[in-house]
Each structure stands twice: as structure tokens, then as C-alpha cells.
Design a protein around this ligand. Sequence first.
Ligand SMILES: CC(=O)[C@@H](O)[C@H](O)COP(=O)(O)O
Ligand SMILES: NCC(=O)COP(=O)(O)O
Length: 251
Amino acid sequence: MIELGVNIDHVATLRQARRTWEPDPVWAAVQAHLGGADGITIHLREDRRHIHDEDVRRLAELTQVKLNLEMAATDEMVAIACRTKPQMAMLVPEGRHEVTTEGGLDVLAQEPRLKDVIARLADAGIVTSVFIDAEIPQIEAAARVGARVCEIHTGPYAHAFHAAGRDAEAPAVVTELTKVQAAGEAVRALGMRFNAGHALNYYNVQPIARLPGVRELHIGHAIVSRAVFVGLREAVAEMKRLMREGAARSR
Ligand SMILES: CC(=O)[C@@H](O)[C@H](O)COP(=O)(O)O
Ligand SMILES: NCC(=O)COP(=O)(O)O
């Protein structure tokens, strides 16, 4: 069964707009869980623009839902992960000036460093995922450094889908979807778990949910945006419904 990890960074973004205590990401995690989320994703950025260290600690301590911690591969972040022990840590590239993650992690360019980071996380009992572009050399490098999971970057697919006026049959959309599919096949062939995420929404999610062997989708911005109007529990339930329908059509 395909799983949904709900990224709640933007609940903290709203809190930080007033530097106050609400809305509380822990409440968001509970509502998402009640709506059918299989996990929660948070990105502890080095600049702490949304999620803070205290959120990571409280989410790990107070919620029952699986936690995926997105983080840069720095010593500081490794220490935080080893202390709080999320079920999964996902290594992502990070830029101070980016609005959101702009591309996949270049695993190929930093294999020795990532091997060491992943070994330290594994020693603490944490499964490591890497957020990478749909490129075979990056997937092969991910296997070499010991990643157990690859989250394939769906941003290029999502942008093509939007640019094509949500036409799933448009050649550019099919091209990007085929790249994600081929990446997923390579990930699985190398014995890793195939996850996908970034910029997925209520319109573009089904072709991705339908891909053979995809295990988990991580979706944040679209769900939190819809939650403003319908509530988080309902927004999550609606996304989960679409994913299930999409996945069912692949069989
Ligand atoms: C890695 C990824 O695709 C996103 O989850 C992103 O890292 C979320 O972080 P922001 O909420 O800061 O955009
Ligand atoms: N790793 C992707 C994620 O957590 C959610 O990304 P987005 O849906 O906020 O673009």
C-alpha cells in the first residue's frame, strides 16, 4: 500500500510569521495522522526559518507517527538526529537563499563524506534516505554510500505538468514522468526503497502514485495550502484518497 508522509514545515512557517507559539506543529502532526498520514516529514534547515530544534524534539517525543527528518549532511544535523532518533533521516542539499529545495543531493560528488554520515546515522538506528534527481549515476552512488531509501525529486515532473496546463499526456510531462519511473526501477533493482516527492499536488499526484513499486510520497506545500480552507485532517484524507485511487489503477 502506498504511503503518505505529510510535510508540515509550513505550519511552522506560519508560526514564524509572527514568531509566536501557534500554530503548533505537534497539533498538525496529530491532525495529519487522524486524516490518514502514514508519517510526518519536517526539514530542520540550518537557518531555522520554519522548523526549530524544539519542534523536532517535541514531535519525536509526543507523537506516535513515523518521523522523517530532512537535513543537510552536517555534523550538527547528524548530532541532532542521533539525539532525537527519527525513524528516517533524509539527506538534502541546502542553500541559504533558496525558497525551497532546488535540486537533488549530489551524492556522486561527496561519496566518502556521505558514507560516513550514513554509517553514523545507522549506528543510531536511523534509516537514511537521500533526496536525488532522477539520474542513474546518482542512484548508483546512493547504493554505494549505504542509503536504504531514495526519494526521487519530482519537481521537474511537477513543473512540466503545470507548464502544460495540467495535461498529463503532454510530451514534456511524459518525458519527466518516464525519468522518475526509470529512476524508481533502478532504485529497486539496487535493493533500495523507492520514494518520491517535491511539488506534488492534488492535480499531478496520480501518475506518480501509479508508478510501479513506489512506496511513499512526501507532500507538504499543497496539503498545507488546502488545509487553510478545508482543515488539515480533510486535506490529508483527500490526498490519501487520490493516491490510493492512482495506485489502484496501476494494477
Ligand atoms: C526536500 C524537499 O523536497 C522538500 O521537502 C523541502 O526540503 C522542504 O523544505 P522547505 O519546506 O524548506 O521547502
Ligand atoms: N521531500 C518533499 C517534501 O517533503 C514535500 O515537498 P513539497 O510538497 O512541500 O514541495
